[in-house]
Design a protein. Structure first.
Length: 165
């Protein structure tokens, strides 16, 4: 008779018991940190952070420039200012640039108006340091409503807005 605690010499040897595989908590922290860093690098590299879409090729900022024409209600003789219901249209009136989401990107002002015929005034408009890379810009003069402007026109100084008529 064999002892219950002694292995049977004719039986094949059993493989040693393998303890449960355990990962060090530091390895998990390192893997999670590395994964987060990779995702962040991709996010920034694709230019998605902040703008909600790919950044434009130019990056940086530009000065938006153009004209604002008041086609009726202007005092186009001598000093050029709006009159009547357009009295808020004067040199120095606020120009605000928004992105498609309605976030204010820049603020500027109308320049001095110049007469351009009976009751018509043409003002220069400008807003400095407008962030490049937006899909569309919305420009508003003196709280008179937002007008859509293409990025190309905004960068090239070809913004041409009008009121009245």
């Amino acid at each position: 008779m064999t002892d219950l605690y002694q292995p049977d010499p004719g039986a094949p040897a059993a493989a040693p018991a393998r303890p449960g595989y355990r990962t060090s908590p530091w390895r998990l922290v390192l893997a999670a940190t590395g994964g987060a860093a990779l995702v962040g690098a991709l996010w920034a590299g694709l230019g998605l952070a902040g703008s909600g879409g790919p950044a434009g090729p130019s990056g940086g900022t530009f000065d938006l420039r153009g004209t604002f024409t008041l086609t009726s209600g202007g005092d186009g003789f001598g000093t050029c200012v709006g009159s009547g219901g357009y009295a808020d249209i004067t040199g120095g009136a606020a120009v605000t640039v928004y992105n498609a989401a309605g976030t204010v990107l820049s603020r500027g002002a109308l320049g001095t108006g110049r007469p351009a015929g009976m009751g018509t005034c043409v003002f220069s408009l400008s807003a400095q340091s407008v962030p490049a890379g937006e899909q569309i810009y919305l420009v508003e003069v003196a709280h008179r409503g937002r007008t859509m402007v293409t990025p190309q026109d905004a960068r090239d100084g070809d913004v041409a807005l009008s009121l009245g008529g």
